[in-house]
Design a protein around this ligand. Structure first.
Ligand SMILES: Nc1nc2c(ncn2[C@@H]2O[C@H](COP(=O)(O)OP(=O)(O)OP(=O)(O)O)[C@@H](O)[C@H]2O)c(=O)[nH]1
Ligand SMILES: [Mg+2]
Length: 251
């Protein structure tokens, strides 16, 4: 399966004239793929960073991110909300400026679930949507070429995950679903670390917890998630916590 992905990636880079890398505004750094960026640079293709889901981040945080990104990179950066169709005109303008020959192909890459397909639908502007989107990561499979106007094509691609990423890091940014996670407890520990124990104890109204393991046991007790003998089941508690996180019930 991974080999298949790599082939798509290489194809998308060679076939595109410019490439949009879609990042999640909540975790721009965690969803950047430096390997792919290097590949794109080597092939001399133009890369633009699109920070999507800006509607999920507060304005001040967004401004701060913008500052940090600009310090770090010379790449053009565009903030958008594909879902709310905000900033889409900036993207259309960029595409218009890039069209110098008869045909222009724009490649869309990014982690699973960053909103690549949603963005394509917003750019094409058709109400119904030309490509399928989903809450679950890993929807788009092969490459899809979508014509947006005469001589201009967008290439949708499956989400691409760097080979060395931990599954818990991918879960954190919604690029993996719970069903794709092998080590539920380790992933729960990662999420607890990210959110901070206090936020979770407040949410569940639990007191006197000092570490992650204790926290899972207390959640199990509170939610009545028990093993056969009646002992708290921290595995079940971990899954329960991940589901809550995935539905953004604990923020
Ligand atoms: N709030 C918000 N949600 C968005 C935005 N863009 C996409 N989404 C949601 O994010 C989820 C994933 O969107 P997709 O467009 O399917 O993501 P993708 O990158 O194509 O995912 P794969 O094909 O699995 O790689 C869907 O539930 C979208 O509705 C946005 O700008 N704001
Ligand atoms: Mg998709």
């Amino acid at each position: 399966m991974f080999k298949g992905f790599l082939k798509h990636v290489n194809n998308i880079i060679t076939e595109s004239d410019i490439i949009f890398e879609i990042l999640d505004a909540r975790y721009p750094e965690e969803t950047r793929n430096y390997n792919l960026e290097r590949k794109i640079r080597k092939l001399g293709k133009k890369l633009i960073l699109i920070i999507n889901k800006a509607d999920l981040v507060e304005k001040e945080v967004l401004e701060k991110q913008k500052e940090e990104l600009i310090k770090k990179t010379k790449l053009r950066i565009i903030f958008v909300s594909a879902k709310k169709k905000e900033g889409i005109n900036l993207i259309r303008k960029e595409i218009g400026m890039a069209k110098k020959q008869q045909t222009l192909t724009v490649g869309i890459i990014g982690y699973p679930n960053t909103g690549k397909s949603t963005l394509i639908n917003s750019i094409t502007g058709t109400g119904k949507g030309k490509v399928a989107t989903s809450k679950k990561a890993g929807l788009t499979r092969g490459l899809q070429r979508i014509k947006i106007s005469e001589g201009i094509y967008l290439l949708d691609s499956p989400g691409i995950i760097p080979q060395k990423k931990e599954e818990s890091d991918l879960f954190l940014v919604n690029s993996k679903n719970i069903n794709q996670i092998k080590d539920i407890e380790a992933t729960a520990f990662r999420i607890i670390k990210e959110l901070g124990i206090e936020k979770i104890t407040n949410y569940f109204k639990i007191k006197n917890v000092t570490d992650e393991e204790e926290l899972l046991i207390e959640i199990a007790k509170k939610q009545n998630l028990l093993k056969k003998g009646g002992k708290p089941d921290s595995q079940k508690a971990a899954r329960y916590l991940l589901e809550k996180y995935h539905r953004t019930e604990i923020k």
